[in-house]
Design a binder for this molecule. Sequence first.
Ligand SMILES: C[S@@+](CC[C@H](N)C(=O)[O-])C[C@H]1O[C@@H](n2cnc3c(N)ncnc32)[C@H](O)[C@@H]1O
Length: 474
Amino acid sequence: MQSQRLRICLLQASPHQDGALYSDVGCHTNQHTFEDRFIHKDSLHQDLNFAAAENFDLYINLLPWGWCRGLDIDATVLAVKHLKRLSIPLIGLPGRIVDKCTLDSSACLLLRDVANAGIKHDASLGDIYDCLVIVLENTPMALSPILRHSSTLLKRTDRKLYDNLRTTAENAFYANDLHGCFWCTVSILCTNDSELTTVGIRPMPQIFLPARDRSRGYSIEDSAIHGSFPGGHRSLIHCLVASYFLKVRRSSDVSRVIGQEYDGVAANYDLTTAGVYHDGIREIVTKYQYGGIVLDLACGTGLVARLNGEAQGLGAGDPENFSKFIGVDVSVSMRAECLRGGWYDDVIVGPIQRVLIAYVDPVDHIICIGALHYLDINELYLVLSRAFQLAKFSVTFTIDEIPESYNKALSRSGRAHMSGFNHLVAVDAYGIPVGWKLADRWRRLGWNSPTTGDEVYTNVFVFEHLQEVVPPCN
Ligand SMILES: C[S@@+](CC[C@H](N)C(=O)[O-])C[C@H]1O[C@@H](n2cnc3c(N)ncnc32)[C@H](O)[C@@H]1O
């Protein structure tokens, strides 16, 4: 089964002013097709109407990046208002935020209220940090702050300052009600006595600058993405697409139907999967140590914690168990079975692609066995990127090589919603996030499908965090 290839329209300003650069979103992924549509100020309504008539799957509004540099905020406002009327699927700044903006000295959109707060950007007062915040669904996630005067990415080892700056940036998002904005840069003054004050917010500044222009170094925003967003620019595009569709397709959530299917098999799940499937999990949990807080994504009946504990000769609820498991699963009956076993402190009900966006507390390890094939590639990247953001020590997951014969058999029996993706190529393309290493990878027979009779091979990936390796920004 192929992940759906989307036709994505990039609305670009024409002419681009003052040597401003066109963002090259499409060079980062070949999974979707990106087409530019150039919008002229003097035929703005007609150009936008034509673009909308082409019925793209998704539109990304890049107009502010061209026109604002020509110091024309009015055209940008007009365009944003007209795009709202067109009701097309759109990633772009909402009108109510553009209305609150002015232009800064380099002609980028800047939130007026914050800029007018009367705080001077005087270097003698302290250091300015720029912190890019990525917004998935409604949750802001600050990336590594960058010290403006030297363009250096702050290390996670500077834990207190690093965390405080990121919290300040995320709070600024909420305080200024930037919901609807997909990313923003929050500039924070850190005074000589370590007080943090937000001194500027740029909603959706230009990112994805073309590779040829990186000879001059990355922009602040592209540096932050390259150096601290797991999976880099490629993953970010997929995450934004996933986040957009998760937001608008709440009512047609495929995972809910999958959860209902698993509700039906929960009581017998451990029995029907005994054998090769359990052996696979046992191999993982005996080869690697999972001490600390473990987030088990799509935990099912809780085999991971049980086999991990039993391999150490422990029983459920044993105080000697140094692992504390928290599960996430979309099936309420799987959750009930899992909690009944007594190996998990809690199980959150919901699709992992939504729960992980809302989950903000760091954990020691993240595990996901036997479930990523239910996600499309956008959701897969979102889950991986969130996992690498949240896990302090390791991320372990399996990628099943779902055969076409399996998907076809499911379709024939009217259960196409249970078919899956073979994400092996996508995971290889995702790469190894900055600051992590691929500690281990192996392939084995994963499971035999009880419904179609297919043998499914699985690939185990174990990533470990490298302590504080920060890449150069340029
Ligand atoms: C094959 S079972 C694996 C369960 C467990 N990880 C194990 O290895 O025994 C797949 C599990 O994924 C859950 N699941 C499928 N899609 C999900 C999603 N998007 N979010 C959360 N759980 C999901 C199902 O409810 C089911 O419990």
